[in-house]
Design a protein around this ligand. Sequence first.
Ligand SMILES: *[C@@H]1O[C@H](CO)[C@@H](O)[C@H](O)[C@H]1NC(C)=O
Ligand SMILES: *[C@@H]1O[C@H](CO)[C@@H](O)[C@H](O)[C@H]1NC(C)=O
Ligand SMILES: *[C@@H]1O[C@H](CO)[C@@H](O)[C@H](O)[C@H]1NC(C)=O
Ligand SMILES: *[C@@H]1O[C@H](CO)[C@@H](O)[C@H](O)[C@H]1NC(C)=O
Length: 411
Amino acid sequence: MHFGLAKFSICFIYISLLFATSGCDVVFDAKTTDPSIIEDATLDTFTLIRKYGFPCEIHRVYTEDQYVLEMHRVPHGKLNNSASNRPVVFLQHGLLSSSAEFVLMSPDKGLAYLLAEAGYDVWMGNARGNTYSRRHATLKPTSSAFWNFSWHEIGYFDMPAMIDYVIKETGVQKVQYIGFSQGSTVFWVMTSTRPEYNDKISAMHALAPVAYLSNVRSPLIKALATFTNSLEIILKLIGANEILPHGELNKLAGEKLCLEEAETQVLCKNLLFLVCGFDAEQLNSTMLPVVLGHTPAGASTRQMIHFGQLYKSNQFANFNHGWLKNQIKYGTISPPLYNLSAITTPIFLHYSDNDWLTTPKDVDKLFTKLKTAVGKYKVPLKKFNHLDFVFANDANKLIYNRIINIMSHFR
Ligand SMILES: *[C@@H]1O[C@H](CO)[C@@H](O)[C@H](O)[C@H]1NC(C)=O
Ligand SMILES: *[C@@H]1O[C@H](CO)[C@@H](O)[C@H](O)[C@H]1NC(C)=O
Ligand SMILES: *[C@@H]1O[C@H](CO)[C@@H](O)[C@H](O)[C@H]1NC(C)=O
Ligand SMILES: *[C@@H]1O[C@H](CO)[C@@H](O)[C@H](O)[C@H]1NC(C)=O
């Protein structure tokens, strides 16, 4: 039964993608789409930031387990360009995404740009496996061993390595942290498994925080999650490596399928909505090619499975390898819970009613588990969905201004 349902959803995705990639049905007139939009769909984070007149630096960070991560820094704003004594903010992207998430929208909307103009030295992380962090001292991304991680390893290895690097490079004592979706999950992992990192963060601002997932509303995600009990099956079926690799599909979406005048744009939109909740109001269709030119940006199958386990188990726990391997790895039959009471950083949770992944119920539960959660803010727009936290037309008015205001108290 379960297997059938999951198979159906996989099929659905495939059919959608097939339909989307069949190409011949695509009718569009490149003349009416702004060439600048088409260009933005293909530029990398660094080039995109420079295109809009902001400074940008690339930094390489090595993790303890030898992954090579690429960070992007916007050291100051375009207008507000004094470079000295800026407080530091660290931005961490969500699942299947990258640092591009914070600069895809125009400079008056992208969170990284707004923070740089508000006076911050902005550093953006890239988790292992995404477009910018696909290197390792000895492993190749074509090998299963490279993809042998979930978001646990991102939180345990990548985050500490990047935070330490930023602190060393800038000479500040503490940074502020903003994490979107999985960007919050990896923060809970880092600060609960390595509590000394609490002292390196002055405040944490979570956009659509993810720790408890039992109330997920997305039918697609629910169907997929029914899989996760059969770990071996899913690994065999879709591979133990990378899921939805960045590449041809992004190119196609960015350059053809999601353009304003493409008949397939409705499909692009609905695929996003099916996962995140419907909100046509806040999603600027004109910008869809840019979003889908950069997303999905690479993740491991195990990252997906680990999220599926949260949904199924109703707990925020380490990766479930199956009872036998759990016994060997953890010394217990079930995976240990992350100890959220070890987190001591002041935390602000931002969430919304129409978010099909981060639901108000799950946020309430997280709020009660975090000893130092000081604020819980619901976005004052009923229809605001999961991706709206990074892509909404009015994200600055509805949420960013408030965050920047809160942040000013921790400078
Ligand atoms: C410009 O940046 C400085 C810090 O470098 C900050 O104090 C100031 O508030 C910023 N100006 C505006 C208008 O946000
Ligand atoms: C994945 O890592 C675990 C240790 O965490 C190891 O036991 C296992 O052999 C690795 N698998 C692969 C395919 O490298
Ligand atoms: C949508 O994006 C385009 C291109 O950046 C922009 O010109 C337009 O004003 C945006 N629309 C809204 C409603 O923000
Ligand atoms: C969780 O962390 C708290 C605070 O550091 C500690 O007192 C408690 O013993 C920990 N619980 C477990 C199960 O490790």
